[in-house]
Design a protein around this ligand. Sequence first.
Ligand code: DAH
Length: 368
Amino acid sequence: MIDKNKYLSEISNAKTLNQIKDIHTSLFGKNGIIKNAFKSLPDNVKKLHENLKDKIQEFTEKCEESKKQIAAELNKIKTELEEAISKKHKQIELSEINDKLQKDKIDVTLPFAPEKQIGLIHPFNRVVEEVCEIFSSMGFSYAEGPHIESDFYNFTALNIPDHHPARQSRDSFYLLNSENLLRTETSAVQIRTMEKQKAPVKIFAPGSVFRNESDATHVPMFHQLEGLWVDEDITMKDLLSVLVSFLKEFFCTDNAPIRIRQHNFPFTEPSVEIDVKYERKNGQIKIGQGDKWLEILGGGMVHPNVLKNVNIDPSKYQGFAFGTGIERLAMLKYGMPDVREFYNSDINWLKHYGFKPYNNPNSQNGLN
Ligand code: DAH
Protein backbone atom coordinates (compact mmCIF):
# COMPACT_ATOMS: atom_id res chain seq x y z
CA MET A 1 0.00 0.00 0.00
CA ILE A 2 1.05 3.63 -0.53
CA ASP A 3 2.46 5.37 2.53
CA LYS A 4 -0.02 8.19 2.42
CA ASN A 5 1.30 9.94 5.52
CA LYS A 6 4.85 9.94 4.17
CA TYR A 7 3.67 11.80 1.02
CA LEU A 8 1.43 14.09 3.01
CA SER A 9 4.40 15.05 5.18
CA GLU A 10 6.66 15.51 2.05
CA ILE A 11 3.94 17.70 0.56
CA SER A 12 3.64 19.71 3.68
CA ASN A 13 7.43 20.09 3.99
CA ALA A 14 7.90 21.17 0.35
CA LYS A 15 9.27 24.61 0.09
CA THR A 16 9.47 25.04 -3.62
CA LEU A 17 7.30 24.48 -6.60
CA ASN A 18 9.87 22.17 -8.06
CA GLN A 19 9.72 20.08 -5.00
CA ILE A 20 5.92 19.92 -5.35
CA LYS A 21 6.28 19.14 -9.00
CA ASP A 22 8.66 16.30 -8.26
CA ILE A 23 6.35 14.88 -5.68
CA HIS A 24 3.48 15.10 -8.12
CA THR A 25 5.50 13.40 -10.86
CA SER A 26 6.63 10.60 -8.55
CA LEU A 27 3.04 10.06 -7.53
CA PHE A 28 1.04 10.71 -10.68
CA GLY A 29 3.65 10.56 -13.48
CA LYS A 30 3.83 7.99 -16.24
CA ASN A 31 5.56 5.62 -13.93
CA GLY A 32 4.11 7.28 -10.84
CA ILE A 33 3.38 5.45 -7.68
CA ILE A 34 -0.37 5.85 -7.94
CA LYS A 35 -0.46 4.76 -11.55
CA ASN A 36 1.67 1.75 -10.75
CA ALA A 37 -0.47 0.96 -7.79
CA PHE A 38 -3.55 0.86 -10.03
CA LYS A 39 -1.62 -1.12 -12.62
CA SER A 40 -0.46 -3.76 -10.13
CA LEU A 41 -3.91 -3.92 -8.53
CA PRO A 42 -5.13 -7.06 -10.38
CA ASP A 43 -1.85 -8.84 -9.62
CA ASN A 44 -2.01 -7.85 -6.00
CA VAL A 45 -5.62 -8.98 -5.70
CA LYS A 46 -4.64 -12.22 -7.41
CA LYS A 47 -1.77 -12.68 -4.96
CA LEU A 48 -4.05 -11.87 -2.10
CA HIS A 49 -6.47 -14.38 -3.41
CA GLU A 50 -3.77 -17.04 -3.81
CA ASN A 51 -2.58 -16.27 -0.35
CA LEU A 52 -6.09 -16.59 1.03
CA LYS A 53 -6.59 -19.89 -0.80
CA ASP A 54 -3.44 -21.24 0.82
CA LYS A 55 -4.60 -20.03 4.16
CA ILE A 56 -8.01 -21.64 3.69
CA GLN A 57 -6.37 -24.88 2.55
CA GLU A 58 -4.11 -24.82 5.57
CA PHE A 59 -7.05 -24.05 7.83
CA THR A 60 -9.18 -26.82 6.31
CA GLU A 61 -6.37 -29.30 6.79
CA LYS A 62 -5.99 -28.19 10.38
CA CYS A 63 -9.72 -28.59 10.92
CA GLU A 64 -9.62 -32.05 9.37
CA GLU A 65 -6.71 -32.92 11.62
CA SER A 66 -8.39 -31.75 14.77
CA LYS A 67 -11.65 -33.46 13.71
CA LYS A 68 -9.74 -36.74 13.54
CA GLN A 69 -8.15 -36.05 16.90
CA ILE A 70 -11.48 -35.22 18.54
CA ALA A 71 -13.14 -38.32 16.97
CA ALA A 72 -10.35 -40.55 18.25
CA GLU A 73 -10.68 -38.99 21.67
CA LEU A 74 -14.47 -39.51 21.59
CA ASN A 75 -14.09 -43.13 20.53
CA LYS A 76 -11.75 -43.74 23.42
CA ILE A 77 -14.19 -42.17 25.90
CA LYS A 78 -17.08 -44.09 24.33
CA THR A 79 -15.33 -47.47 24.65
CA GLU A 80 -14.27 -46.70 28.20
CA LEU A 81 -17.81 -45.74 29.28
CA GLU A 82 -19.36 -48.72 27.52
CA GLU A 83 -16.97 -51.07 29.25
CA ALA A 84 -17.72 -49.48 32.64
CA ILE A 85 -21.48 -49.85 32.11
CA SER A 86 -21.29 -53.47 30.99
CA LYS A 87 -19.00 -54.31 33.91
CA LYS A 88 -21.37 -52.72 36.42
CA HIS A 89 -24.39 -54.39 34.75
CA LYS A 90 -22.81 -57.81 35.18
CA GLN A 91 -21.90 -57.03 38.77
CA ILE A 92 -25.44 -55.96 39.73
CA GLU A 93 -27.00 -58.87 37.85
CA LEU A 94 -24.81 -61.32 39.68
CA SER A 95 -25.52 -59.84 43.08
CA GLU A 96 -29.29 -59.87 42.38
CA ILE A 97 -29.13 -63.55 41.39
CA ASN A 98 -27.20 -64.30 44.54
CA ASP A 99 -29.74 -62.43 46.67
CA LYS A 100 -32.60 -64.34 45.03
CA LEU A 101 -30.86 -67.68 45.46
CA GLN A 102 -30.27 -66.82 49.08
CA LYS A 103 -33.94 -65.96 49.62
CA ASP A 104 -35.49 -68.83 47.64
CA LYS A 105 -33.27 -71.43 49.08
CA ILE A 106 -34.87 -74.87 48.71
CA ASP A 107 -33.87 -77.55 51.09
CA VAL A 108 -33.59 -80.46 48.69
CA THR A 109 -32.72 -82.75 51.58
CA LEU A 110 -36.35 -82.67 52.85
CA PRO A 111 -37.80 -86.13 52.19
CA PHE A 112 -41.34 -85.12 51.02
CA ALA A 113 -43.22 -82.03 49.98
CA PRO A 114 -46.06 -81.32 52.45
CA GLU A 115 -49.20 -83.26 51.63
CA LYS A 116 -51.85 -81.32 49.73
CA GLN A 117 -55.03 -80.72 51.71
CA ILE A 118 -58.00 -81.81 49.61
CA GLY A 119 -61.42 -80.79 50.85
CA LEU A 120 -64.05 -83.48 51.45
CA ILE A 121 -67.75 -83.31 50.87
CA HIS A 122 -69.76 -83.44 54.08
CA PRO A 123 -71.92 -86.59 54.13
CA PHE A 124 -74.99 -84.44 54.67
CA ASN A 125 -74.33 -82.55 51.42
CA ARG A 126 -73.64 -85.81 49.62
CA VAL A 127 -76.96 -87.26 50.75
CA VAL A 128 -78.82 -84.11 49.67
CA GLU A 129 -77.19 -84.44 46.23
CA GLU A 130 -78.21 -88.10 46.03
CA VAL A 131 -81.79 -87.37 47.10
CA CYS A 132 -82.06 -84.51 44.58
CA GLU A 133 -80.79 -86.72 41.79
CA ILE A 134 -83.16 -89.58 42.58
CA PHE A 135 -86.32 -87.47 42.93
CA SER A 136 -85.47 -85.36 39.87
CA SER A 137 -85.07 -88.53 37.84
CA MET A 138 -88.60 -89.56 38.93
CA GLY A 139 -90.00 -86.28 37.59
CA PHE A 140 -90.26 -84.36 40.88
CA SER A 141 -89.27 -80.66 40.84
CA TYR A 142 -87.15 -79.03 43.54
CA ALA A 143 -89.03 -76.63 45.82
CA GLU A 144 -88.08 -74.53 48.82
CA GLY A 145 -89.54 -72.10 51.32
CA PRO A 146 -88.40 -69.67 54.02
CA HIS A 147 -86.92 -70.78 57.34
CA ILE A 148 -88.98 -68.25 59.26
CA GLU A 149 -92.60 -69.19 58.84
CA SER A 150 -95.91 -67.78 59.96
CA ASP A 151 -98.32 -69.71 62.14
CA PHE A 152 -100.54 -70.05 59.05
CA TYR A 153 -98.03 -71.86 56.80
CA ASN A 154 -96.41 -73.92 59.57
CA PHE A 155 -99.64 -75.04 61.27
CA THR A 156 -103.05 -73.70 60.27
CA ALA A 157 -102.92 -74.37 56.54
CA LEU A 158 -101.56 -77.85 57.31
CA ASN A 159 -104.73 -78.61 59.24
CA ILE A 160 -102.91 -78.64 62.58
CA PRO A 161 -105.55 -77.76 65.17
CA ASP A 162 -105.03 -75.05 67.81
CA HIS A 163 -104.61 -77.49 70.67
CA HIS A 164 -102.00 -79.67 68.89
CA PRO A 165 -98.80 -80.21 70.97
CA ALA A 166 -96.64 -79.26 67.94
CA ARG A 167 -97.79 -75.68 68.45
CA GLN A 168 -96.47 -75.51 71.99
CA SER A 169 -93.52 -73.18 72.25
CA ARG A 170 -91.46 -75.72 74.19
CA ASP A 171 -90.95 -77.57 70.87
CA SER A 172 -90.79 -74.57 68.61
CA PHE A 173 -88.52 -71.54 68.37
CA TYR A 174 -90.80 -68.51 68.24
CA LEU A 175 -89.49 -65.10 67.31
CA LEU A 176 -89.76 -62.59 70.13
CA ASN A 177 -93.18 -60.91 70.34
CA SER A 178 -94.24 -62.56 67.11
CA GLU A 179 -96.48 -65.26 65.74
CA ASN A 180 -93.64 -66.22 63.44
CA LEU A 181 -91.35 -69.13 64.24
CA LEU A 182 -88.48 -71.13 62.78
CA ARG A 183 -90.33 -73.72 60.71
CA THR A 184 -90.70 -77.04 62.51
CA GLU A 185 -91.24 -79.11 59.36
CA THR A 186 -90.74 -78.75 55.62
CA SER A 187 -94.45 -79.48 55.14
CA ALA A 188 -94.93 -75.69 55.01
CA VAL A 189 -93.31 -75.81 51.56
CA GLN A 190 -96.29 -77.92 50.36
CA ILE A 191 -98.63 -75.07 51.19
CA ARG A 192 -96.49 -72.34 49.63
CA THR A 193 -96.01 -74.34 46.42
CA MET A 194 -99.65 -75.35 46.01
CA GLU A 195 -100.78 -71.79 46.77
CA LYS A 196 -98.67 -70.50 43.87
CA GLN A 197 -98.78 -73.39 41.44
CA LYS A 198 -102.14 -75.06 42.17
CA ALA A 199 -102.62 -78.63 40.87
CA PRO A 200 -101.12 -80.69 39.38
CA VAL A 201 -98.01 -80.40 41.51
CA LYS A 202 -95.12 -82.84 41.93
CA ILE A 203 -92.31 -81.58 44.15
CA PHE A 204 -89.62 -82.60 46.60
CA ALA A 205 -88.31 -80.11 49.14
CA PRO A 206 -85.16 -80.77 51.17
CA GLY A 207 -84.56 -78.15 53.85
CA SER A 208 -83.65 -77.18 57.42
CA VAL A 209 -86.17 -77.43 60.23
CA PHE A 210 -85.86 -76.34 63.85
CA ARG A 211 -87.07 -77.95 67.07
CA ASN A 212 -86.11 -77.46 70.66
CA GLU A 213 -84.54 -80.89 71.27
CA SER A 214 -81.08 -82.43 71.54
CA ASP A 215 -79.75 -85.98 72.09
CA ALA A 216 -77.89 -88.65 70.09
CA THR A 217 -80.64 -88.79 67.49
CA HIS A 218 -81.97 -85.21 67.72
CA VAL A 219 -80.42 -81.79 67.16
CA PRO A 220 -82.20 -78.40 67.30
CA MET A 221 -81.59 -77.83 63.60
CA PHE A 222 -81.90 -80.80 61.28
CA HIS A 223 -83.15 -81.43 57.76
CA GLN A 224 -86.21 -82.97 56.27
CA LEU A 225 -87.14 -84.12 52.83
CA GLU A 226 -90.72 -83.38 51.92
CA GLY A 227 -92.50 -84.94 48.95
CA LEU A 228 -95.83 -84.00 47.39
CA TRP A 229 -97.65 -85.23 44.31
CA VAL A 230 -101.17 -83.96 43.67
CA ASP A 231 -103.06 -84.75 40.50
CA GLU A 232 -106.43 -86.11 39.41
CA ASP A 233 -105.75 -89.79 39.99
CA ILE A 234 -102.93 -90.15 42.49
CA THR A 235 -103.43 -92.93 45.05
CA MET A 236 -101.62 -94.48 47.99
CA LYS A 237 -100.27 -97.03 45.49
CA ASP A 238 -98.23 -94.20 43.87
CA LEU A 239 -96.79 -93.23 47.23
CA LEU A 240 -95.64 -96.78 47.85
CA SER A 241 -94.16 -97.23 44.38
CA VAL A 242 -92.29 -93.88 44.52
CA LEU A 243 -91.03 -94.73 47.98
CA VAL A 244 -89.81 -98.24 47.05
CA SER A 245 -88.04 -96.87 43.95
CA PHE A 246 -86.40 -94.24 46.10
CA LEU A 247 -85.26 -96.74 48.75
CA LYS A 248 -83.82 -99.10 46.13
CA GLU A 249 -81.89 -96.27 44.44
CA PHE A 250 -80.74 -94.63 47.64
CA PHE A 251 -79.62 -97.78 49.43
CA CYS A 252 -78.30 -99.35 46.20
CA THR A 253 -80.34 -102.53 46.56
CA ASP A 254 -82.67 -104.50 44.28
CA ASN A 255 -84.81 -105.46 47.20
CA ALA A 256 -86.50 -103.03 49.62
CA PRO A 257 -89.49 -104.68 51.30
CA ILE A 258 -91.65 -102.19 53.17
CA ARG A 259 -94.28 -102.41 55.89
CA ILE A 260 -97.10 -99.94 56.37
CA ARG A 261 -98.44 -98.94 59.77
CA GLN A 262 -101.47 -96.81 60.25
CA HIS A 263 -100.61 -93.46 61.84
CA ASN A 264 -102.08 -90.06 62.45
CA PHE A 265 -100.85 -86.82 60.90
CA PRO A 266 -103.16 -83.79 60.76
CA PHE A 267 -102.22 -83.03 57.13
CA THR A 268 -102.84 -86.53 55.67
CA GLU A 269 -105.82 -88.85 55.69
CA PRO A 270 -105.24 -91.74 55.79
CA SER A 271 -101.80 -91.37 57.33
CA VAL A 272 -99.15 -94.05 57.48
CA GLU A 273 -95.71 -94.68 58.78
CA ILE A 274 -93.56 -96.80 56.56
CA ASP A 275 -90.84 -99.18 57.72
CA VAL A 276 -88.20 -100.90 55.64
CA LYS A 277 -86.71 -104.34 56.26
CA TYR A 278 -83.12 -104.40 57.51
CA GLU A 279 -80.52 -106.30 59.46
CA ARG A 280 -77.38 -105.24 61.29
CA LYS A 281 -74.26 -107.03 60.01
CA ASN A 282 -70.79 -106.36 61.43
CA GLY A 283 -72.02 -103.11 62.92
CA GLN A 284 -73.49 -102.01 59.57
CA ILE A 285 -77.11 -101.65 58.59
CA LYS A 286 -78.14 -103.66 55.51
CA ILE A 287 -81.38 -102.39 54.01
CA GLY A 288 -83.63 -105.02 52.42
CA GLN A 289 -82.07 -107.93 54.32
CA GLY A 290 -82.82 -109.78 57.56
CA ASP A 291 -86.11 -109.70 59.47
CA LYS A 292 -86.15 -106.43 61.40
CA TRP A 293 -88.15 -103.30 60.51
CA LEU A 294 -86.91 -99.73 60.60
CA GLU A 295 -89.15 -96.68 60.44
CA ILE A 296 -88.13 -94.66 57.42
CA LEU A 297 -90.84 -92.07 56.77
CA GLY A 298 -94.28 -90.67 57.45
CA GLY A 299 -96.80 -89.93 54.78
CA GLY A 300 -100.31 -90.37 53.50
CA MET A 301 -102.97 -88.95 51.23
CA VAL A 302 -103.15 -85.14 51.45
CA HIS A 303 -106.02 -84.16 53.74
CA PRO A 304 -108.91 -82.50 51.83
CA ASN A 305 -108.75 -79.59 54.30
CA VAL A 306 -105.16 -78.91 53.22
CA LEU A 307 -106.22 -78.80 49.57
CA LYS A 308 -109.12 -76.49 50.44
CA ASN A 309 -106.77 -74.18 52.34
CA VAL A 310 -104.88 -73.55 49.09
CA ASN A 311 -108.00 -73.40 46.92
CA ILE A 312 -107.57 -76.76 45.23
CA ASP A 313 -110.79 -78.69 44.73
CA PRO A 314 -110.47 -81.97 46.70
CA SER A 315 -113.29 -83.54 44.70
CA LYS A 316 -111.16 -83.19 41.58
CA TYR A 317 -107.61 -83.51 42.89
CA GLN A 318 -105.98 -85.80 45.37
CA GLY A 319 -102.42 -86.67 46.15
CA PHE A 320 -99.87 -88.03 48.54
CA ALA A 321 -97.34 -86.33 50.77
CA PHE A 322 -94.47 -87.68 52.78
CA GLY A 323 -91.68 -86.46 55.01
CA THR A 324 -88.45 -87.99 56.24
CA GLY A 325 -85.24 -86.89 57.96
CA ILE A 326 -82.17 -86.35 55.79
CA GLU A 327 -79.62 -86.93 58.59
CA ARG A 328 -81.49 -90.13 59.43
CA LEU A 329 -81.17 -91.33 55.83
CA ALA A 330 -77.44 -90.50 55.94
CA MET A 331 -76.96 -92.31 59.26
CA LEU A 332 -78.70 -95.43 57.93
CA LYS A 333 -76.72 -95.45 54.71
CA TYR A 334 -73.29 -94.50 56.04
CA GLY A 335 -73.47 -95.73 59.63
CA MET A 336 -72.88 -92.62 61.77
CA PRO A 337 -74.11 -93.40 65.28
CA ASP A 338 -74.66 -89.84 66.59
CA VAL A 339 -76.45 -87.07 64.69
CA ARG A 340 -74.77 -84.34 66.79
CA GLU A 341 -71.46 -85.14 65.06
CA PHE A 342 -72.86 -83.79 61.79
CA TYR A 343 -72.57 -80.27 63.15
CA ASN A 344 -69.52 -80.48 65.44
CA SER A 345 -67.06 -79.52 62.67
CA ASP A 346 -64.75 -82.32 63.80
CA ILE A 347 -62.18 -82.73 61.05
CA ASN A 348 -61.47 -86.36 61.99
CA TRP A 349 -65.14 -87.22 61.74
CA LEU A 350 -65.26 -85.54 58.33
CA LYS A 351 -62.14 -87.37 57.19
CA HIS A 352 -63.78 -90.64 58.18
CA TYR A 353 -67.26 -90.03 56.76
CA GLY A 354 -66.55 -87.41 54.07
CA PHE A 355 -66.44 -87.95 50.32
CA LYS A 356 -63.86 -86.97 47.79
CA PRO A 357 -65.46 -84.58 45.33
CA TYR A 358 -64.80 -86.62 42.20
CA ASN A 359 -65.97 -89.99 43.51
CA ASN A 360 -69.19 -91.68 42.64
CA PRO A 361 -71.92 -91.00 45.21
CA ASN A 362 -71.87 -94.53 46.55
CA SER A 363 -68.22 -94.71 47.43
CA GLN A 364 -67.40 -93.58 50.92
CA ASN A 365 -64.16 -92.07 52.08
CA GLY A 366 -62.74 -92.03 48.55
CA LEU A 367 -61.61 -95.62 48.97
CA ASN A 368 -63.41 -97.16 46.02
N1 DAH B 1 -93.96 -83.25 58.87
C1 DAH B 1 -93.81 -84.56 59.48
C2 DAH B 1 -92.81 -84.50 60.62
O1 DAH B 1 -92.17 -83.50 60.75
C3 DAH B 1 -93.39 -85.56 58.46
C4 DAH B 1 -94.47 -85.81 57.49
C5 DAH B 1 -95.40 -86.80 57.70
C6 DAH B 1 -94.60 -85.03 56.36
C7 DAH B 1 -96.42 -87.04 56.84
C8 DAH B 1 -95.60 -85.26 55.46
C9 DAH B 1 -96.52 -86.25 55.73
O2 DAH B 1 -95.78 -84.55 54.35
O3 DAH B 1 -97.55 -86.48 54.85
O4 DAH B 1 -92.71 -85.44 61.35
